[in-house]
Design a protein around this ligand. Structure first.
Ligand code: PLP
Length: 345
């Protein structure tokens, strides 16, 4: 294994980051005339605290991890781009991902001119370990692992994940966007064992704050320092920081909603299995189901005529004729089931 430092793009490793007004003084601030802000106190006339320190402190206590292991992004989407940017020299380096999976890994590779090397998951959506290990080389900088995986809904075997983290010659990013639905499976308690591991979580799914835009990366202090070096100075705005902090102080609200959504997902699974136009329902540990229909296009269009939108996944490898259905409120799921009840093949 190379030193992590040797994996970073040389220009990023040696970058002098932007230094914000508020980061430059030490001492007690009484009169702030340093940042060309408006002095009228509206609650958002000042620039936000650049490192989201309050949020990192709250997460640190909740997850039992040092605040220096925590980086905050404007959604994990932003972190996907930032990680690609820190490690991949454009036109030279490569990233690996295992479709069908989250689309942003490929988009970020495209934006940053990194080669995207996809390897399709096996038909049961487990990882083809042998072929994956044969596919990487000296240009391989990032391996994106999504567990639980979107859109398949399954958790990757932890022994396989561990083996890949130990054997991949670059950075492994474990995207745990859905971990709130199966918290006991998180790799976070083991972060210190793996210097090349980045774990991404988000407030967008279980925490119910997709509109707030807050994603989290957990990694070594060195990797966190690199991510901080390239981030826009005020990537997390004042409103986001306030709303996120308030939500993080009430984890029981999140836990209750997650429990309801899990039971609704299980109900959908049971009820959908009764329809003869449902061919297969992939086992899920998340708030959604990947469902193979005998004719997914017909079902997709039919549901739209009832005002119900699901996600077409037919274009993804090994997901032909599949739709991804998110568990909604009880009434919403009832509406879905009632519409399908009236569907004539
Ligand atoms: C939804 C999702 C994200 C996006 O998270 P944001 O924090 O909203 O940007 C990331 N990864 C996966 C796998 C997702 O499904």
């Amino acid at each position: 294994m190379k030193e992590i430092q040797d994996l970073v793009r040389p220009n990023i490793l040696h970058l002098t980051p932007y230094s914000s007004a508020r980061a430059e003084f030490k001492g007690k601030a009484e009169v702030l005339l340093d940042a060309n802000e408006s002095p009228f106190n509206t609650g958002h006339n000042r620039y936000p605290e650049p490192l989201s320190t309050d949020i990192r402190t709250a997460l640190s206590e909740m997850k039992q991890i040092d605040p220096d292991n925590i980086f905050i992004g404007n959604g994990s989407d932003e972190i996907v781009d930032q990680v690609t940017r820190v490690f991949c020299t454009p036109g030279r380096d490569a990233v690996h991902a295992l479709p069908p999976t989250f689309g942003m890994y490929k988009v970020a590779a495209g934006i940053n001119d990194a080669a995207f090397r996809p390897l399709t998951l096996l038909p049961d959506f487990t990882i083809p370990v042998g072929p994956l290990k044969e596919s990487w080389d000296a240009h391989s900088k990032i391996l994106w692992l999504c567990s639980p995986n979107n859109p398949s809904g399954n958790l990757m075997d932890p022994a396989v994940v561990e083996d890949l983290i130990r054997s991949f010659p670059g950075i492994v990013v474990l995207d745990e966007a859905y971990i709130d639905f199966i918290p006991e499976a998180s790799f976070l308690p083991r972060l210190d064992e793996f210097p090349n591991l980045i774990i991404m979580q988000t407030l967008s799914k279980g925490w119910g704050m997709a509109g707030v835009r807050l994603g989290v990366a957990y990694a070594s202090p060195f990797i966190v320092t690199m991510l901080r070096a390239i981030k826009m100075p005020y990537n997390i705005n004042v409103l986001t920081q306030q709303v996120a902090l308030r939500a993080l102080q009430q984890p029981e609200v999140m836990e209750e909603r997650v429990a309801l959504l899990k039971s609704e997902r299980q109900r959908l699974e049971r009820e959908l299995a009764k329809f003869d136009f449902v061919d297969f329902i992939f086992p899920s540990v998340t708030n959604f189901l990947l469902v193979r229909f005998t004719d997914s296009d017909a079902v997709y269009k039919y549901l739209l005529t009832h005002g119900i939108v699901v996600r077409n996944q037919s274009y993804q490898p090994n997901a032909a004729s599949c739709l991804r259905i998110t568990a909604g409120l009880v009434e919403e799921n009832d509406r879905l089931l009632a519409a399908l009840e009236a569907f004539i093949v």
